[in-house]
Design a protein around this ligand. Sequence first.
Ligand SMILES: CC(=O)N[C@H]1[C@@H](OP(=O)(O)OP(=O)(O)OC[C@H]2O[C@@H](n3ccc(=O)[nH]c3=O)[C@H](O)[C@@H]2O)O[C@H](CO)[C@@H](O)[C@@H]1O[C@H](C)C(=O)N[C@@H](C)C(=O)N[C@H](CCC(=O)O)C(=O)O
Length: 496
Amino acid sequence: MESDYLFSSLPIKKVEGILPEIVTDLAVDSRAVNAGGVFVCIKGFTVDGHAYVQKAIDQGARVIVASDTVNVDAEKVAVVYVEDTTRAIALLAPRFFNYPSKQMTMIGVTGTNGKTSVSNMLNSILQQAGEKSAVTGTIGFNLDGVLYETENTTADVLTTQRMISEAVNAGCTTMTMEVSSHGLIEGRLSGTEFDIAVFTNLSHDHLDYHQTMDNYGHAKGLLFAQLGQDLAQSKFGIVNADDSWGRRMKEMTPFPILTYGVHEQADFKAYDLNLTAEGTSFQLRSPVGEFEVSMALIGEFNVYNALATIAALFAKGLEMTEILDGLAVIPAAKGRMERVETDLPLTIYVDYAHSPDAIEKAIQAILPYKNRESKLIFVIGTGGNRDRKKRPIMAEKASIADYVILTTDDPRDEPYDSILSELEAGMKHDQYACIGDREEAVRHAVSVAERGDIIIFAGKGHEDFQIVGKEKLPHSDAKIALDEAGKKFGEGIVEK
Ligand SMILES: CC(=O)N[C@H]1[C@@H](OP(=O)(O)OP(=O)(O)OC[C@H]2O[C@@H](n3ccc(=O)[nH]c3=O)[C@H](O)[C@@H]2O)O[C@H](CO)[C@@H](O)[C@@H]1O[C@H](C)C(=O)N[C@@H](C)C(=O)N[C@H](CCC(=O)O)C(=O)O
C-alpha cells in the first residue's frame, strides 16, 4: 500500500527519516514483522512494544510508529511519531485492509453467555442457506471449514481486520464475530462496521477488569451506542427482552431493535417450551406469524440462543423457513454442553461455563433428565489471577449438583490453595472435594461416579490446554475422563 495514503489516516506529530513509497505489511508484534513492513509500538499491559524496535528492524521493518523516542538509523528506517500508538493502529489497520467490514454483512454478538453458541448457530444456518460466511470467536476463526486458532475471543484490531479481509477475499458475504467487553473497551473493533449487533445477557464475570457491573454493561453497550467515532456502530440491534441489561441496551440504542424472550413482551417470543434430553421444541410468535421450532440442542438457555439467532437472521433478510430448517439440524457448538459420546454407563458433558450464571444454566439444563437414583457430579474450575469475586458465587451455583469438585481451569501463577479456598467459601453443602490439579480432579469425578450418573466438566469446554504458570500444557477433560472411566468400568470405549 502507498505509505502516503496509509499514514494520512493518522494525526502525526513528526516524521523522522524518509517514508518509503510503498509499505508491504503492518505489525504490532516484532515477531510478525515482514520485510518492508510497518511496526507499531504498543504499550501493553505486560510489556512495551517500544522495547522491540530493534527486533522489528532486524526482521525487516522499514517504518516504526512510536509515541516515545526511538533510536534508529534514519537512512534505513523512518519513524512516525504519534501521541497514542494504540489509537494509531486502530486507524491504520482498517485502512491497510481497505475497510473490509464495509464489504460484507457483519454480525457482532456480545453478552456474558451464549456468544459462541449464537455465533456458530448464525454461521451454520447461513451456510445451510447457501451463503458463504465466516465466524470468529473463542473457538477460533472458521473460514471455509478450516479452523484457525485465535488467542482471544475478540482478537486485537490488526488481527481482526486481517481476518475480515481474508473472509472478503475468500468470497464471504457475511461474517459473524463474538464481541467481548475487553475487545470493545480496548478498541479491538475499531474500524469494524457492524450491520447487526446481538446482545444475549449480562451476569457477573470479568469484574477484575471492569470493577463494577455498571462498567461491564456499558462496555457491552459500546456495540450498540454511537458513543464515539471509532467505535463499532451497528445498524440493527437484537436484544434479550428478559434480561434487564437487554432492555437498557434497547433504550441506549439509536438503531432499530428487535427483541426476543420467553417471559417478557418481545418481537420473537417463545412459548409452550418442550425441553427433553433429546432436543427442544417451542412455539414462536414472530412479526411474520406463528411457527413451530424444533432443534437437537438441549436446555432453556439454547431456546434463548435460538431466539437471538432467529431474530438476527430475520433482520438480515432470510426467510423464516430457511432459518428454522437450518436450526433443526444444528449440532451443539464445540464444548458448549457437548455430550461426550461413549458406550460407557455414564453421561459426560463438557462445557465452557466459567461464570455463576452459566454454571446455573448448565446444571438446570441437565436436572430434568437425571433420574432419582443417579447423581449429578459437577466439576468447576476457575482461572488464577482473574476475577476473584465470582469464585464463591460460582461454587454456590454449583451446589445444586449432588457432588461438586472444586478445581482450577487455568491456574496461571496463583497457588491452588488461594483459588480453592475462595471457591469453597460459597459451597452450600458438604458433598464436595477440593483438588487443585485439574487432571486429578477429572479422574476423581469419574472415580466417585456410578453407573447412570451424569458428570459435567465445566470451565474448559472445547479447550485442549491448561495455562499453568506461564506454560500452556496439553489438557482435555473429555480424554482424561474417558481414560479413567474405561479403566473403572472395564468396558470398550467408543469415542465418536
Ligand atoms: C488484559 C488484556 O486484554 N491483554 C491483552 C493485551 O495484552 P498486553 O497489553 O498485555 O500485550 P503485551 O503482551 O503487553 O504486549 C504489548 C505489545 O508488545 C508487543 N510485543 C510483545 C512481545 C514481543 O516479543 N514483541 C512485541 O512486539 C505485543 O505484540 C504488543 O503489541 O493485548 C494482547 C494482544 O491483543 C491480548 O492477547 C491480551 O489478552 C490477554 C491474553 C487476555 O487474557 N485477555 C483477556 C482478559 C481478554 O481479552 N478476554 C476477553 C474476554 C473473553 C470472554 O468474554 O470470556 C477476550 O476477548 O478474549
